[in-house]
Design a protein around this ligand. Structure first.
Ligand code: BAL
Ligand code: ZN
Length: 893
C-alpha cells in the first residue's frame, strides 16, 4: 500500500473554475457527462498532465474543445486518467458510466431503498466521474439530472434553476451552486421522498427555504430536525455573526449511510438516525444527537465549506472546529431559558458528556498503534483518519484556544480567519495564525508557537501536580510538570525524534479543609479559579495568604486534554465531591474515587479475594444522591460509574471480564446499600404528561432510570415490579428502553424475554427501533458469541446496512466485555469473520470494526495471544481492502 505524506503536498497545476455535470440516472448504469473548464496555473509546466482520479468507472469518451481527444494523448490506468498536451486553457468533457445498484461501499453514487444518494467525502467523487478529487481544487458546479418519473424528487447543491419534462417522459432538472467548492461537497439525491419545510428571514433580512426530506410516511418524524436546523441558523448568526449564504438549505435522511451525516453544500445528506424522531421511537439521547448533528453539518457551511481544507491532513481544520462549535451550540441550547446557576450546571453536564466520550474513544486511540496528531503526518487510507483524535481531540485543541483568548478574543480570531480565508482551501496553521494575531495583541511579546505542537505531536500529555504549603509564610506553591511519552509510530521514529513540551492551559482552584473556596492571589490578581499557562516542562506558581494546606481542584472544566497525576487522599476526593464549586471538577472527584474502588475490586477479583465496597465511598455516593442542591441531570452524571473503557485505560494490563465483574459488583452494592435513596430518586423523578426532550425532564428520566438499574442490579425485592410497570406504561422510548435494558440485564423469570419479543413485534417495521433492539441484546450481560451468532441469522439482520451492523456486531465487539473477551478466544474469531465479511461489502465500515482490537498488546497475556491470532488471520486474508489492511498492519507492527 502507498503511504501519502503531508510533507509531499504539491499544488494542483490546473484551475478548474467551472464544472457542468449531467446525469442520466438509472440504477444499473448511470451515465455521467463531466464538462470542465480547465486553465493551467501560471508557473505550472506546459507539460503538466491533467491528472484525474477514477474508481469503478467505465470510460465512454474523452473530448477537448468540442472534439474527441486522440487515444495517444491520454493514459488510462485503473485509478487514473491523464490528459497530455492540453492547451493552457481548454474545455474538457469526459463521459463515463457507473453502477449505483451494485455499489455496496456507500461511497460515490449508490442506491438505498430504491432512491439514489451520494457520499463523496473524502474520496468518493472519483467513483462518480474522473476528476481532480482533492479538496484544493474548487469549482462552481452546474448539475443536470435526468430520471424516469419513478424518481420525482431530483436534488443537488445550490439553487434550482430549471425543471422540465422531456419528450421521452423523463424529468430533467438543473441546479446551480454559486459558491466554488471542492468535489467532496458535491451531492445528488433522486427518488420518492416527502418533505417538511419552512421559510425564514436571515439576520440581514433575506428569505431562505429550509427543508427536511425523508421516506414517504415519515413526515411526522422530522419536526425536531427542522426546528433544530432553525435553531442552528439563529445560533450561528448570534454567536459568530455567520449567516446562511444560500436561498435554500436541504437535509435528506437515508437509512444506508456510513457516517452520521455529510455537509454537502446546501444539500446535507444524513443518516436517518440523526433526522427521524418522535417520542414513541426516539430516546432523549436521540433527540440530543439530532440537534447536535444538524448543528454540526449546518455549521460546516462556514467552517469547512466557505473555508475548506488544503489537503486531507488538514481535516481537523474543519472537523475539530466544527465539533467545538456544535458542542457550544448544544451547551447554549441546554442552558437557554435557565437562571445563571441552572445554566452553569447544564453546561457542565454537556462538558461532562463530551469528556466522557473523549476518554472512552480518544484516550485509548492516543495510546495505541493508530495514535496520530490531530493533523496526521501520513496515511494509507484517508477514510481511516475520521477519528476521535481528529474530531474530538481536535475540538479540545480549538477549545484551548478559546480558553486562552476568551470568548471575545476567540470571536475576533474567527472574524479574522474569515476575513483572511473566505473562499480558500487552507491549513490548520492558517487558523492558528488568525487566532495568534489576536492572542499577541492581548499579550504583547507572546505567541502560539509552543501551542502549535498540539497539531504535530500525538499522545495524551500527563501533568503531574505538586503542592507545597508553608504555614509560616502562608504561601502555597503549585508545581506543574508535564511529560508526553512516545506513542504509536513515534516509537519507531528513531532517537532524533524528540517531543517538546506543550502549551497547556491548566485551570485550578483551592479549597480549605471544610470545602470552602479559597481566593487564589498571584501577581496582584485574586481569583477563585486561576488559569495557569504551562509552556515549558515544569513551572511553579506561588499563591499568597493561604493559612493551611488546601485541597486542590485541578483541571477545572477539563481545560486541556491531559491526564492529571495527583495523589489526593480518599477524604480529599470525598470533600471535593461534596463541595467543589466547579461542577466539572466536582464530578471528576467522584469519578476518581469510583475509579479507585473499581480498580481495587478488579484486582481483588483477579486475586480470587472476596469483593467488598468501601464504606466511605458509599457515603460519598449517598451524599450526592441526596444533595437537594443539585439538579437531576447533573446528579445522574455524578452518580454514573466510570465506563469500562475509561477504566481499562487505568489498568496496567487490561482485563475486561474482571473489570466488568468489579463494576457490576459496585453497581449492585450501591443499589443494595442505598436502596431507599435510589427508590426515593426513582419516585421523585417521574415525568408525567406530554413528553419533552428538554434538558430538565430528560435529566429526571436519566436519574430515575439510573436508580432503576441500581435497584435491579441489587435484586431489590420490588425492583422488577417497577421495571415491568415502567415498561408496560412507558410513554416514550427513553423509558421503554431503560426498562427493557434493566429487565434483560438483571430481570428474573419469563417476563424479560416476553417483553423483548413483544418489542420486536411492535416495532419490526421501524428500522431505527429494530437497531435499538439488536443493540440492547448485543451488549446484554448474558449475551455470548453463540447468542450474537443467532442474532446474525435473524431475518431482520443484514450486513449491508451500516446501522444494523453497528447495532449488532459493533455493540457486541466493543461493548460486551464478557462475551467478546471470553478467554477461549471465540469473541475474537467472531470479530475476524465479521471484519472479513464486511470488508467484501463496505471497507470503510469494516475498517472501523477492525479497530476493536487496536490495543491488544495491553491486555492480560491470556487474552493477548488469541487477539493477536485473530489480527493475523485478518491480515493474511487475500484481497483485503486498503482500509482494513492499514488498521491490522499497524496493530501488529
Ligand atoms: N465531513 C464528514 C461528516 C462530518 O464530520 O460532518
Ligand atoms: Zn464534520
Amino acid at each position: 500500500p502507498v503511504t501519502v505524506y503531508r510533507k509531499d503536498y504539491q499544488p494542483y497545476p490546473y484551475d478548474i473554475p467551472e464544472v457542468a455535470l449531467s446525469f442520466d440516472l438509472a440504477p444499473d448504469a448511470t451515465e455521467v457527462r463531466c464538462a470542465m473548464q480547465v486553465r493551467r496555473k501560471p508557473g505550472a509546466s506546459a507539460d503538466a498532465a491533467l491528472v484525474l482520479d477514477g474508481e469503478e468507472l467505465e470510460l465512454v469518451s474523452v473530448g477537448v474543445d468540442g472534439a474527441a481527444w486522440p487515444a495517444d494523448r491520454y493514459r488510462l490506468s485503473e485509478h487514473r486518467l491523464e490528459l497530455l498536451g492540453l492547451p493552457a486553457s481548454a474545455a474538457v468533457e469526459i463521459v463515463s458510466r457507473c453502477k449505483p445498484s451494485a455499489n455496496s461501499t456507500l461511497m460515490g453514487l449508490y442506491v438505498s431503498g430504491g432512491n439514489f444518494f451520494t457520499q463523496c467525502e473524502a474520496e468518493g467523487f472519483r467513483r462518480i466521474t474522473w476528476f481532480a478529487d482533492r479538496p484544493d481544487v474548487m469549482s462552481r458546479y452546474r448539475v443536470t439530472l435526468r430520471a424516469l418519473p419513478d424518481y420525482p424528487v431530483l436534488l443537488s447543491n445550490g439553487n434550482l434553476i430549471a425543471s422540465r419534462q422531456l419528450p421521452d417522459g423523463r424529468n430533467e432538472v438543473e441546479w446551480e451552486d454559486p459558491f466554488p467548492k471542492p468535489c467532496y461537497l458535491f451531492a445528488l439525491v433522486a427518488g420518492k421522498l416527502t418533505h417538511r419545510e419552512t421559510t425564514v428571514k436571515t439576520a440581514s433580512g433575506r428569505d431562505v427555504l429550509l427543508q427536511v426530506y425523508s421516506d414517504p410516511g415519515s413526515e411526522t418524524k422530522t419536526e425536531w430536525a427542522l426546528d433544530s436546523l432553525l435553531r442552528a441558523l439563529r445560533w450561528d448568526e448570534s454567536r459568530f455573526g455567520l449567516e446562511l449564504d444560500l436561498d435554500r438549505f436541504m437535509v435528506v435522511a437515508v437509512h444506508d449511510f456510513n457516517m452520521g451525516a455529510m455537509e454537502n453544500k446546501g444539500l446535507n445528506i444524513f443518516n436517518a438516525a440523526y433526522v427521524l424522531a418522535d417520542p414513541d421511537t426516539a430516546t432523549d439521547a436521540n433527540y440530543e444527537g439530532i440537534e447536535s448533528v444538524i448543528g454540526h453539518e449546518y455549521f460546516h457551511n462556514w467552517t469547512g465549506n466557505r473555508v475548506t481544507c488544503r489537503d486531507w491532513f488538514q481535516l481537523s481544520l474543519k472537523e475539530g472546529l466544527t465539533v467545538f462549535r456544535d458542542q457550544e451550540f448544544s451547551a447554549d441550547m441546554m442552558a437557554s431559558g435557565m437562571d445563571a446557576a441552572e445554566a452553569a450546571s447544564a453546561r457542565a453536564v454537556k462538558r461532562i458528556d463530551d469528556v466522557v466520550a473523549l476518554r472512552a474513544a480518544q484516550f485509548p486511540e492516543d495510546a495505541g498503534p493508530m495514535a496520530h496528531p490531530i493533523r496526521p503526518e501520513s496515511y494509507q487510507e484517508i477514510g481511516n483518519f475520521y477519528t476521535a483524535t481528529v474530531y474530538e481531540k481536535g475540538a479540545e485543541v480549538i477549545r484551548m484556544q478559546h480558553t486562552l483568548l476568551g470568548e471575545e478574543g476567540f470571536r475576533a480570531g474567527m472574524d479574522e480567519y474569515f476575513r483572511r480565508h473566505d473562499g480558500q482551501a487552507v491549513t490548520c496553521d492558517d487558523f492558528v495564525a488568525a487566532m495568534e494575531s489576536v492572542y499577541t495583541r492581548q499579550h504583547p511579546g507572546r505567541d502560539l508557537s509552543v501551542f502549535r505542537r498540539w497539531y504535530r505531536q500525538a499522545g495524551t500529555p500527563r501533568v503531574a501536580v505538586k503542592l507545597d504549603h508553608d504555614a509560616a509564610t502562608r504561601r502555597c506553591t503549585v508545581t506543574l510538570t508535564q511529560e508526553c511519552p512516545l506513542v504509536g509510530v513515534e516509537k519507531k521514529a528513531g532517537a532524533d525524534y524528540v517531543k517538546a513540551p506543550y502549551h497547556i492551559p491548566f485551570a485550578i482552584g483551592l479549597l480549605d479543609r471544610e470545602g470552602r473556596p479559597l481566593t487564589l492571589r498571584h501577581e496582584g490578581e485574586a481569583r477563585e479559579t486561576a488559569l495557569l499557562e504551562l509552556t515549558t516542562q515544569s513551572q511553579q506558581w506561588v499563591f499568597e495568604d493561604i493559612a493551611e494546606r488546601p485541597v486542590p481542584s485541578l483541571l477545572r472544566d477539563f481545560s486541556a486534554p491531559v491526564i492529571v497525576d495527583y495523589a489526593w487522599t480518599d477524604e480529599e476526593l470525598a470533600l471535593l465531591s461534596a463541595h467543589d464549586r466547579n461542577p466539572f471538577a466536582r464530578w471528576e472527584a467522584g469519578q476518581e474515587f469510583a475509579t479507585r474502588q473499581i480498580l481495587a475490586l478488579a484486582e481483588a477479583r483477579q486475586a480470587g479475594r472476596t469483593l467488598q465496597a468501601d464504606a466511605s465511598f458509599i457515603a460519598t455516593w449517598r451524599a450526592l444522591l441526596t444533595d437537594p442542591a443539585i439538579d437531576a441531570a447533573y446528579r445522574a452524571r455524578a452518580l454514573a460509574l466510570p465506563s469500562e473503557k475509561t477504566l481499562a485505560e487505568r489498568m496496567r494490563q487490561v482485563d475486561p471480564p474482571a473489570l466488568a465483574v468489579a463494576r457490576d459488583f459496585l453497581r449492585a452494592e450501591l443499589g443494595r446499600q442505598l436502596a431507599a435513596e435510589f427508590r426515593q430518586a426513582f419516585d421523585a423523578n417521574q415525568t408525567p404528561g406530554e413528553y419533552s426532550p428538554a434538558p430538565v425532564p430528560a435529566g429526571k428520566r436519566a436519574l430515575k432510570n439510573l436508580a432503576l438499574s441500581h435497584l435491579m442490579a441489587a435484586g431489590e425485592p420490588d425492583a422488577q415490579r417497577l421495571a415491568e410497570q415502567l415498561y408496560a406504561q412507558a410513554g416514550n422510548m427513553t423509558d421503554s428502553m431503560a426498562a427493557l435494558s434493566a429487565l434483560i440485564n438483571f430481570g428474573q423469570g419469563e417476563y424479560p424475554q416476553q417483553a423483548l419479543a413483544e418489542f420486536y413485534d411492535k416495532w419490526r417495521d421501524n428500522p431505527l427501533v429494530v437497531d435499538k433492539w439488536f443493540a440492547l441484546q448485543a451488549s446484554a450481560r448474558s449475551t455470548t458469541v453463540q447468542t450474537a451468532r443467532e442474532l446474525l441469522g435473524h431475518p431482520a439482520f443484514t450486513l449491508r446496512n451500516p446501522n444494523r451492523a453497528r447495532a449488532l456486531i459493533f455493540q457486541f465487539c466493543l461493548n460486551n466485555a464478557r462475551g467478546m473477551h471470553h478467554p477461549d478466544g471465540s469473541g475474537y474469531e467472531f470479530w475476524a469473520e465479521q471484519v472479513l465479511a464486511l470488508d467484501a461489502l463496505n471497507p470503510e465500515i469494516a475498517a472501523r470494526l477492525a479497530r476493536a482490537l487496536d490495543n491488544w498488546s495491553r491486555f492480560v497475556p491470556a487474552l493477548r495471544a488469541p487477539m493477536q491470532a485473530a489480527l493475523q488471520r485478518v491480515r493474511a486474508h487475500e484481497g483485503l481492502s486498503r482500509n482494513v489492511q492499514e488498521i491490522v498492519s499497524k496493530a501488529l507492527e
